[in-house]
Design a protein around this ligand. Structure first.
Ligand SMILES: [Zn+2]
Length: 471
């Protein structure tokens, strides 16, 4: 593999306290040297003059599945400058088998959905079934499981048992909060944090619980921040896009998911098939359509016709994330200067809302974050959480995962993974996928010939040791 010189950019690497004009020389997929005026030595040259060069963006909540009419997630995140994603529902097998056709050269870690009818026989699985799912997922190449409370709520005691089982298995466990008593809102979040009972838990997309469903969005954000501060073993992420993502399928005249019903009510529509059709027609709900290369949101009559043609088996987005909660959650810090919400995420991938770079740079421009803080939250935080010591920074020997950012244009100019340029100025150049797995899944992936990296074992105590920029 040819060496790569990323030349002349402003290198921002918070772990090493670096923010200066320098070249990054990548040899054999690893960072070999970072210094000004390096000799190309026959390497390929990526011109980064006028741009920021940062360790690759890690999206800690995205969806890479190819089912549900969105096969292009990997291409979409590569275009957005993302080098690594945490896929937050699988299906693992779908992601693994779609690598030859959908791979864009990125790294993916997968948590499998714990869902009745899909991976569980009932919504009250016993201990054997819960642990069976966790172990099977780890042995197949995933890193843990996700509870889908917002869409398919389970009883609180079962959710708590899953968290305990995951801890026993040293597996990742994430929760889109919501249970059979409280929904996908701040009350559901309080239940989830308490159910964790001091154990590791990844509370997904904090934004979703700060949309003014119970009180106003500012009060809810402040409560979410207080909950996270009081439970430092919890990992969390939040996103920067106003758009959510949900299924728009209907059955027997009503949407099949609670999230869609809640969005409809919030926007003043009946939570029914008729209400949904009207919301689509009124351009309040976008429908995700496939243009052959990437997915894009369509609106109005075109969208309604597409929804009908697909017999409602499509997904879409409502604009429901208030600016105030997005801002507060992006910026809030603990007393030690670390971020309350650990990382940026998008809940995107297949949804066209992969805006960590695009909107993260708005926060920098506004003065809410320094450039180093943006990079720490967009890259280093995810690498540390996932147990990937060679990612999230540009030290000598680190993985050659780099995002080159055009700051004035607020977009990724190039995406580099393991020293390979997988995206350059909108051109997609990568293929394949590297799966980030648990040690227990390496054999299965090797037997299938799937490229993989083994993450460090989950160490819950590490989540309390947060990085502080400039400390
Ligand atoms: Zn999600």
């Amino acid at each position: 593999m040819k060496d790569l010189l990323i030349a002349g950019g402003r290198v921002v690497d918070p772990l090493n306290g670096r923010d200066e004009l320098a070249d990054v020389f990548i040899s054999d997929g690893k960072v070999a040297r970072v210094a000004p005026g390096l000799d190309a030595l026959g390497a390929d040259i990526l011109d980064a003059r006028g741009k920021v060069v940062m360790p690759g963006v890690i999206d800690m909540h995205a969806h890479m599945r190819t089912v549900l009419g969105h096969p292009h997630a990997q291409r979409m995140v590569a275009l957005a400058g993302v080098t690594t994603v945490l896929d937050m529902a699988g299906p693992l097998e779908n992601i693994l088998e779609s690598i030859p056709t959908s791979g864009s050269g990125i790294n993916i870690a997968v948590v499998e959905a714990a869902r009745e009818g899909l991976t569980l026989k009932s919504s009250r699985p016993d201990a054997a079934e819960r642990r069976g799912l966790i172990e099977k997922t780890l042995e197949s190449g995933g890193i843990g499981v996700k509870l889908l409370g917002g869409h398919f709520p389970m009883d609180l005691d079962i959710c708590a048992a899953f968290i305990e089982d995951a801890a026993r298995c040293s597996a990742w466990v994430a929760w889109h909060v919501g249970n059979t008593v409280h929904g996908s809102n701040i009350e559901g979040m309080r239940d989830a944090v308490e159910a964790a009972d001091g154990r590791f838990l990844h509370v997904a997309h904090i934004n979703s619980y700060c949309r003014g469903q119970v009180r106003n969005e500012v009060d809810e954000s402040l409560e979410a921040i207080a909950l996270l501060k009081a439970h430092p073993q919890i990992f969390s992420e939040s996103y920067l896009s106003p758009l959510n993502g949900t299924r728009l399928a209907v059955k027997n005249g009503v949407p099949t998911t609670e999230v869609t019903k809640t969005c409809l009510r919030r926007l003043g529509y009946q939570p029914t098939a008729e209400g949904l059709q009207q919301a689509i027609l009124d351009e309040k709900a976008g429908v995700l359509a496939d243009d052959g290369r990437i997915g894009r949101l369509i609106y109005g009559r075109e969208a309604l016709d597409y929804w009908k043609k697909k017999q409602s088996a499509v997904v879409g987005s409502f604009s429901v994330n208030p600016a105030a909660s997005r801002f507060l959650l992006a910026q809030a810090k603990r007393d030690d200067g670390s971020f309350v919400v650990d990382a940026f995420s998008t809940d995107g991938g297949s949804y066209p809302r992969n805006v960590i770079v695009e909107n993260g740079l708005l926060l920098v421009a506004f003065g809410a974050l320094t450039m180093s803080e943006f990079v720490a939250k967009a890259s280093l935080a995810g690498a540390r959480a996932l147990g990937l010591p060679a990612k999230g920074h540009l030290s000598e020997g680190a993985d050659g995962d780099v995002t080159v950012v055009d700051v004035p244009a607020r977009r990724a100019a190039a995406t580099v993974v393991g020293g390979r340029v997988i995206m350059n100025e909108g051109a997609l150049l990568g293929n394949g996928t590297t799966i980030i797995c648990d040690a227990r899944g390496a054999d299965a992936l090797a037997r299938r010939g799937i490229a993989h990296v083994v993450k460090e074992p989950l160490q819950p105590e590490r989540f309390r040791e947060r990085f502080v920029c400039g400390a």
